[in-house]
Design a protein around this ligand. Structure first.
Ligand code: NAP
Length: 268
């Protein structure tokens, strides 16, 4: 449905659903690889226990669903904690594993997944990814940053093609902290979190918002402003995110066909 609607960039990560997200994208676009641009990420590693659980997941999923278990209620011994690794050798094997799951022989954009500033400033990962670029395994590489401050560090270090950063009505900081320098350095900007990770949904009551985020007052103000203009706040958020000329692409966390239909209607 997304491809038919003209959406041709898909952002995933090896970590998302323990590899299942990459597998789904690989299966969906196996026969139309040249029509899509696949961006993935690496740098988080799964402990052995989680890898084993990922393998048996298709078998236990119906049981977990039937029992109504939520991920956050699973014992830590089952969910396991995750760590990061940005060493050249690890990244090399992570790229190979992503290529296999994505059923492709090249990745359009490979991103370091939420590296801390100390890693962003290192050169070893950059040299390793450059080597994989020279080998044709990846076509470009960049950094998916956790915050505008980390994104600004990534832009200032240079040597990358893109930076992914939270940006939207709720988090406008990247507009001044990242976009001007990214643009001056020729680094592409991928904006994410346009809907505040779901916080901007109008279905959340003020009480629910207060319990979820410190930004609840700002959200209520944004809702009121959108209402005055007679537009849904999600539509205002979408337009805000797409507007800056420095934004190469806005990625949206869609989960359902209805999300897609809503977005297409908002853009019409
Ligand atoms: N460090 C990183 O690299 C990093 C971190 C976070 C995200 N990301 C990337 O950024 C993407 C977007 O992030 P996000 O999902 O947190 O933020 P988002 O796009 O701001 O929020 C998506 C949420 O908005 C809600 N929503 C309501 N109406 C919607 C509609 N019509 N269409 C889509 N969503 C609607 C949905 O919540 P409900 O499902 O509750 O209805 C959905 O989960 C992720 O998929 C991922 O690829 C990367």
């Amino acid at each position: 449905m997304c491809l038919e609607a003209g959406i041709n960039l898909y952002d995933t990560a090896d970590m998302y659903s323990q590899g299942e997200s990459e597998q789904l994208i690989g299966a969906a676009f196996r026969d139309q690889r040249d029509k899509v641009f696949i961006a993935t990420k690496g740098g988080y590693c799964l402990p052995g226990r989680r890898k084993m659980i990922a393998r048996i997941k298709p078998l236990v999923r119906p049981l977990v669903k039937a029992m109504g278990l939520k991920r956050e209620r699973l014992p830590a011994s089952v969910s396991g904690s995750i760590s990061q690794n940005f060493e050249p050798g690890y990244l090399q094997s992570a790229v190979e594993a992503s290529l296999r799951r994505l059923r492709t022989d090249y990745i359009d954009l490979y991103q370091l997944h939420s590296p801390p500033p100390s890693v962003i400033l290192r050169d070893d990962w950059c040299e390793a990814l450059q080597l994989m670029k020279d080998q044709g395994k990846i076509r470009a590489f960049g950094i998916a940053a956790d915050s505008p401050a980390d994104a600004a560090t990534a832009v200032s270090r240079g040597g990358i093609s893109s930076v992914q950063v939270p940006f939207g009505l709720l988090d406008p900081e990247a507009l001044t902290e990242v976009f001007p320098s990214a643009s001056a350095s020729g680094i592409g900007v991928i904006a994410r979190g346009c809907f505040g990770g779901g916080l901007l949904k109008e279905t959340l009551s003020p009480e629910e918002l207060k319990a979820k985020t410190e930004k609840w007052e700002r959200i209520l103000t944004l809702r009121a402003e959108a209402q005055q203009k007679g537009k849904p706040v999600l539509q205002a958020a979408l337009r805000y995110s797409l507007q800056p000329s420095e934004v190469s692409v806005t990625i949206l966390g869609m989960h359902t066909p209805q999300h897609l239909r809503d977005i297409l209607r908002m853009l019409a």
